[in-house]
Structures are given as C-alpha cells and as structure tokens.
Design a protein around this ligand. Structure first.
Ligand code: 2P0
Length: 358
C-alpha cells in the first residue's frame, strides 16, 4: 500500500493524581517521575483526519481548520514528536503526513488540548501503520499499551487518553521494574497507561469543567515541571508520598465508590501539586483570585457533608467532581462565581478510537 487515510477521536482526561516531571536520566523517553491517574471525560475530544502517503518526508498540519505554519509552536510540538518517534522507527520518514485536528471544546478557554490532540494523532498513526507497514504496526502499535507509550512521546498526559475502555486510567511510571541495562525498547514501553475501572463503573460521578479565565501566557507545563524538579525542595518527598500512600488510597476510594475519601484525596492531590509549583524557584503561580474563590466556596459547601471536590492543572480553571444526587446544589454554589455558559458538565467517558476511510 502507498497511501492510507484514517479518522480518529480521543477524549481529554482530568488527572486526580498529577504528572509533573520526567526522570532526567530518561528525558528523551518522557518517563515520568511518578505514576498519575485520571478520569477520561465524554464531552471534550479531538477528531483527527490523517493521510499518510509514500514519498518525501513532510508534515502538513491544520488545527481547527486553520493551516499551522512550521514556524508556530503547535507545529514544532508535532514535528518534534515525529523526530522523537523516528529515532525508534526510521521508516516513518519514508512518508508524508497531512494532519487535520479539530477540538470540539473551546481551545481559547484554557482547557488543555495536548492530551486529546496527541492521543488522537497516535491512534491515527497506529491505524495508518496497520495498513502501510504491518511489521512496524506489530512491533510498535499492536496494543493499547504500546500506543499509549508512543503517545507519551508527544505529551505525557496523552498516554492516559489512549486506552479504549477509558474510565479511570492509571499511567504507571514503570521504571521501577527495568533491569540494569535497559534497551531502547524497554525504555519506550516500560511506562504506559491502562484502564483500571471502565467508563460505566461509577456512573453517578459528575465532572464539571469551569472556564473561569481565558488561556494566559504562563510558563508551559513542559518547562514548569523541569523547574520544579530542579528547584522545589519538597519534590522527591512529594513523589514518594503520592506513589506509596496517596495513589493506593485513591484506588481504594474509587473501588469502594467512597465519595468522601475520593473528595479528600482529590483536593489534597491538587493542592499538593500547587504547593510544589509555589515552592519552585521562581515560583509557578497558576491559580488566580477566582480559582481561590472556588476553593473557598467548595470548602464552605463541604462543612457539614462532603458534597464536592476540586482539582486544578497548570492553569486557573477548576474541575469539580460531585455525585449526580448533589449536582443541583453544587451548581447553585458554583454559579455564584461562574456564569452558566462557562460551565461544562461531563460524565466519565471512553477512550480513543479510529476508523479507516474508504
Ligand atoms: C496532568 N499536567 O497530570 C498534569 C497536571 C499539568 C498539571 O500533564 O511535557 O502537557 O507534554 O509531557 O502532558 C501537563 O503536562 O506535558 C500535565 P508534556 P503535559 O495532567
């Protein structure tokens, strides 16, 4: 075959236990310092059309129906991903790639799109290689675990948007089980995400995204996490505590659908991430006044009974979790600080998928 055309979709995900840093000795392999765990969501996703043709290596990239020039940062992230991949799979350079990605969620509202974007691209690439290069497909793309490890090279959080079952997904840091002399492939495939609880395991859980602030020109996660690793005096204790204590407690809380414990762990993990960010030098401050107002509102709401919890990534927009039976009460509270049009209510969703176009 000389040509393949495929269409993929991948949802975004929201981490409860966060990823914030790569092992410096494995920097080129994007192996995280700690495991992370997230919920896949059902309403925010990227759709990617990919055409792969035999011939001169080149990349054309459109995002939200606009051509992205090679001088732009978004293009650089994509071409960098292909360069990193080509170190493992040189045959990728025997093809040209036309990529058109559309996010169904407001990109400018500050919702991260690199997770769904790189997951959709990796899934599409897997699908295309199945048609064009069966041996390469077999070696690098034949399981969700492999595709998840590949997606990691685009953007760490994308690894968690790959597993088709979606739901609650664990991305293991993986390096604990490497032998003394790991090969390139050991390093590539040791760290991947897999689904622990299906999308329909905890149907009552509601995930509410708030667009409090538009995207700001802040330090990008990729740079920020390097700075935290290099300068936060609490970094290694944070990693060990979350790996050994918080993550196992979270798995237990979800397994038993214990919302109260889940809520306490979720806000604690978010606040710890932001404490690490604040203890970075120079400090990384992603939360703003409105974010703090939401934290105060939820803490106030929870005084008698725990009804909701919150988490923040590298930005000011909260994601709130509650149970369906308490959704109205929680929304009434949130609406004090966020207009209805900026509130996006979601369920836990399935993962990425792909179809071949005729
Ligand atoms: C997460 N974040 O676990 C954490 C929480 C932000 C805060 O994953 O360098 O864009 O591309 O691997 O995936 C954002 O980092 O970084 C992120 P790269 P990415 O969701």
């Amino acid at each position: 075959m000389e040509k393949a055309a495929v269409i993929s979709t991948a949802p975004t995900n929201i981490a409860i236990i966060k990823y914030w840093g790569k092992k410096p000795e494995f920097e080129n392999y994007f192996i995280p310092t700690k495991s992370s765990a997230s919920f896949t969501v059902d309403k925010f996703y990227t759709t990617t059309n990919l055409e792969v043709k035999k011939g001169k290596y080149q990349i054309l990239f459109e995002l939200n129906n606009k051509k992205i020039l090679p001088s732009k940062e978004e293009f650089f992230y994509i071409s960098n991903f292909f360069e990193r991949l080509a170190k493992f799979i040189p045959q990728l350079k025997n093809y040209s790639y036309s990529i058109s990605s559309v996010n169904n969620f407001p990109t400018a509202a500050g919702f991260a799109s690199s997770a769904s974007g790189f997951a959709a691209l990796s899934r599409a690439l897997a699908c295309a290689m199945n048609i064009l290069e069966p041996k390469i497909f077999e070696k690098f793309f034949s399981t969700d675990e492999k595709i998840s490890a590949i997606a990691r090279l685009g953007s760490g959080s994308a690894a968690r948007s790959i597993p088709q079952k979606g739901g609650f997904v664990l991305w293991k840091r993986g390096f604990d089980f490497l032998g003394p002399k790991p090969t390139d492939l050991d390093l590539l495939f040791c760290s991947y995400a897999h689904s622990l609880f299906d999308f329909n395991f905890w149907k009552e859980l509601k995930i509410i995204y708030l667009a409090l602030a538009k995207k700001e020109k802040k330090i990008k996660s990729r740079i920020g996490m390097q700075q935290s690793l290099a300068t936060s005096p609490f970094y290694s204790q944070w990693v060990e505590y979350e790996e050994k204590i918080l993550l196992p407690s979270l798995l237990e809380a979800i397994n038993s659908k214990n919302f109260e414990n889940f809520a306490k762990i979720t806000s604690a993990a978010s606040n710890s991430l932001h404490a690490i960010m604040l203890s970075t030098s120079p400090p990384l401050i992603y939360l703003n006044q409105k974010s703090l107002a939401v934290i105060n509102l939820i803490e106030e709401l929870n005084k008698e009974e725990i009804l909701a919890t919150y988490t923040f990534d590298a930005g000011p927009n909260p994601v709130i979790f509650t149970l369906q039976k308490n959704e109205k009460k929680v929304l009434d509270t949130i609406k004090k600080v966020c207009p209805s049009k900026n509130i996006f209510i979601q369920n836990i969703g399935q993962g990425s998928s792909c179809n071949v176009k005729l």
